[in-house]
Design a protein around this ligand. Sequence first.
Ligand code: SAM
Length: 398
Amino acid sequence: MTDDNDTRAASLRYALADELQRSGDLHSQQWRSAVERVPRHLFVPEFFRWTDGPNGVTLWAPVSGDHDPDRWLDLAYRNETLVTQLDRHITPRDVTEPVSGDPTSSSTLPGLVVRMLEDLNVADHMTVLEIGTGTGYSTALMCDRLGDDKITSIEVDPSVAATAAAALRRAGFAPNLVNGDGLDGVPERAPIDRVIATCSVRQIPRTWLDQTRPGGRILVTITGWLRGYGLAMLDMGDDGIAEGRFLPGTISFMIARPQAPPTISDEWRSTAFGALADAEPRPAVVGPDIRKDWTGTFVAQLALPTAQEQMISIDGGPFITYYFDTATGSAASLTPEPGGGWTVRQTGPVRLWDAVESAVAIWRRAGSPEIDQFRIRTDGHEQLVWLDTADGPVSWSL
Ligand SMILES: C[S@@+](CC[C@H](N)C(=O)[O-])C[C@H]1O[C@@H](n2cnc3c(N)ncnc32)[C@H](O)[C@@H]1O
């Protein structure tokens, strides 16, 4: 970059810090200084931007500092998530035109990164373990704030890890970087004061509890295969149990790779279709449109921790919403009725939709509280999420 561009990058960083302060995501001077100093553009030399494709399909257009330096620099300092990998292997360097794919690595929305860093509540002497290095930008902010030797970051994808390592070096940071599965943690660095995950998990692994100092904190988004999300902040007790609450907001992260949903085979699906065709129908009390509500989706997922949702139209008929649970061998279908409402059919040992309706009924009786009214507790084996209701606490085991 030219001197002019360096000056521009510095003023864009300053403007980003102002914006994050105004939005309330950033409030301490130390994290503000980190945002002002860390050159995000070095961590995103190219990225994808979302664009509308034909028939409402999302496509990803490559943006690179080599081809469109002014636009690229502006975008690098916007409060936007910048996707850097699709389908676990496609990078913006691999394509010249917009492509389809599922994001599998990114530089997270800066507002969310700093909000989580503020929530970590670090002090100068503390050590942090980050799960999901990604581009290395959030790692760099932590190095700036606490010092390289306090920061360990683990990334599962070897090529993402190598690119982040090079970017961190270029930006002048030298944290302890590990290429491996973050669900194993990094035992050599234990005990750690703070664990922050920038990928989501279905279950908090026992390893994180073992590697976190009593009094330490774990900040991680809990998800499931229905794509419900809640950012949980847990504090580690002396007894090996971590307990805490969900924080407000609609926050989502890509799921930790080893916890991604299994593929449902065509054979499994057609057996389920056959069994559902023979199942007794009944009117549904709750429809699949519960998924339009952020917390409603989370509640449905509490009831169906191992189910996946698919919408399928057979022979041009209406879209039927299916729930397939390969872990228990159960399935449910919800068919929209022409006059409104839904008909449910269920098969297998677990009545999947009965479970959703009863969880949603509890949640509604409690006044349909937002995600931040839920609490969480785990000993690394059993993970409980619960809601305090007028009839006492109601919990779900994940
Ligand atoms: C949203 S990105 C990380 C954003 C990053 N902190 C940043 O600021 O650029 C999530 C990352 O988590 C990684 N990841 C997914 N599963 C993981 C696992 N089990 N262990 C470590 N990293 C994982 C993905 O490969 C991806 O790079």
